[in-house]
Design a protein around this ligand. Structure first.
Ligand code: UFG
Length: 342
C-alpha cells in the first residue's frame, strides 16, 4: 500500500518540525512548506538525521497565491494538511495587527482555496487556548466559551477556527482543531527545538537563555496574583507529546471517525504549574541557580489556565506522558546544543 501523503505548512517551525518527525516515524510521506520567516532550512536536515528519511521541502509562502498554486500543481494527491504556518507572538500582534491579519488570515484563506481546488478534504488546524481568554471556570473544556480575543493574534486563531466550522458545514472539508496550551521542551536528540528570534517572549526560552548567560536576568511578571504562590498558572505541555497528538488527529480525519465535520480538542496535560514552579523545576533538573527578579504584571496575561483533557484522552486516545521536569531538561539540553554552535 502506498504511503499517505501529508502536507505540513510551517513544518520547519517549532511544533511543525516535531510533528514531521512523528509522522515520518509512523510511515507517512511528509511534504513541508514554509516561508522560513521564523525558521531555517537546516531543520530539514535535522529531521532527516533523526528519522533517516528526508521529507520533501519547498520554500513557499502561503501569502503568495501564485507560488502556492504552482506548488499544488506539482504536488498532487495530498491526503491531508496540517496547518501550522502563522505568526504567534501576542505582543507583536498588538503592535502590528495588519501583519497578523494579513499573514495568518489571508495565508489560511489561500491555503483553503487551494485545498478546495485540489479536492483535499482533510485538515488539522493549530489553534490555541488563547481563544478561551480569562476562563470563568477551570479546567477549561472544549465547551468553555470562546471569549472576545485579547490580541490580534488571538483573533486570527478564532477566525481560523470559524472559517473551518463554516466551510466544513457548507461542504466536504473534515477538520480537527487542536487548541494547544503552553508548548515547551525539545526533541530528545537536541537536534530540533524552539529557535526564538531576538528576545524571547515566552517563559521557557527566556529561562534557558538566562541560565546560559545570553540574558542577564529573568523577570517574573508579577507575584501578586490570586494563586497559591502569587504567580500565573499555565498548562505546559511537552512538544513531543503535542506532536504525537497530531497523529491521532490525522487518524481521526482520514478515517472519518467522527459524525461531525469539525471537531475541537484541548491539548494540555491537565495540570497547571505556576511561573515559580517552572523556575524551581528548571533549577532542579539543570543544577543551575537561575538569576531572576519579581517585576510588575504583564499586560494581557490571564491569571490561570489549564485544560480538561478528557475529550482528547477518550476520543483521540491520546494522553500527554511527559512532565514539567522533562520539559525543562530537554529545553536545557537544546539550549546547550544551540549555544555550543554559536
Ligand atoms: N513570564 C514571565 N517572564 C517572562 C516570560 C513569561 O514571568 O519573561 C510568565 C508570563 O507572564 C506568564 C507565563 O510566564 O505568566 C507564561 O508566559 P508565556 O509568554 O510563555 O506564555 P503565555 O501563556 O503568555 O502564551 C502562550 C502562547 C501563546 C498563546 C497563549 C494563550 O505563547 O501563543 O499561551 O494563553 F496564545
Amino acid at each position: 500500500m502506498s504511503k499517505l501523503r501529508i502536507l505540513i505548512t510551517g513544518g520547519t517551525g517549532y511544533i511543525g518540525s516535531h510533528t514531521a518527525v512523528e509522522l515520518l516515524n509512523s510511515g507517512y510521506e511528509v511534504f513541508i512548506i514554509d516561508n522560513l520567516s521564523n525558521s531555517n532550512a537546516e531543520v530539514v536536515d535535522k529531521i532527516e538525521k533523526i528519522t533517516g528519511i528526508r521529507p520533501s521541502f519547498s520554500k513557499t509562502d502561503l501569502c503568495n497565491k501564485t507560488e502556492l498554486k504552482e506548488y499544488f500543481k506539482k504536488t498532487k494527491n495530498i491526503d491531508a494538511v496540517i496547518h501550522f504556518a502563522a505568526f504567534k507572538a501576542v505582543g507583536e500582534s498588538v503592535q502590528k495587527p495588519m501583519m497578523y491579519y494579513s499573514n495568518n488570515i489571508s495565508g489560511m484563506i489561500n491555503l483553503l482555496e487551494e485545498m478546495a481546488e485540489n479536492k483535499i478534504q482533510n485538515i488539522v488546524y493549530s489553534s490555541s487556548c488563547t481563544v478561551y481568554g480569562e476562563a470563568d471556570t477551570l479546567p477549561v473544556t472544549e465547551e468553555s466559551p470562546v471569549k472576545k480575543a485579547e490580541s490580534p493574534y488571538g483573533f486570527t486563531k478564532q477566525a481560523g477556527e470559524q472559517m473551518l466550522f463554516d466551510i466544513s458545514k457548507a461542504g466536504d472539508l473534515h477538520s480537527v482543531i487542536l487548541r494547544y496550551f503552553n508548548p515547551a521542551g525539545a526533541h530528545d536528540s537536541s537536534l530540533i527545538g524552539e529557535l526564538p528570534v531576538g528576545i524571547p517572549n515566552n517563559l521557557v526560552p527566556y529561562i534557558t537563555q538566562t541560565a546560559i548567560g545570553e540574558r542577564e536576568i529573568l523577570t517574573v511578571n508579577g507575584n501578586d496574583y490570586d494563586t497559591p504562590d502569587g504567580t500565573n498558572i499555565r498548562d505546559y505541555i511537552h512538544v513531543v507529546d503535542l506532536a504525537k497528538a497530531h497523529l491521532a488527529a490525522l487518524d481521526r480525519v482520514l478515517d472519518k471517525k467522527s459524525n461531525e465535520m469539525t471537531e475541537v480538542f484541548n491539548l494540555g496535560t491537565g495540570k497547571g504549574n505556576s511561573v515559580m514552579e517552572v523556575i524551581r523545576s528548571f533549577e532542579k533538573v539543570s543544577g543551575t541557580k537561575l538569576n531572576y527578579k519579581i517585576g510588575p504584571r504583564r499586560e494581557g496575561d490571564v491569571v490561570s489556565i489549564y485544560s480538561d483533557t478528557k475529550k482528547a484522552n477518550e476520543v483521540l486516545g491520546w494522553k500527554a506522558e511527559r512532565d514539567i521536569n522533562d520539559m525543562m531538561l530537554t529545553s536545557w539540553n537544546w539550549q546547550n546544543a544551540i549555544s555550543l554552535k554559536k
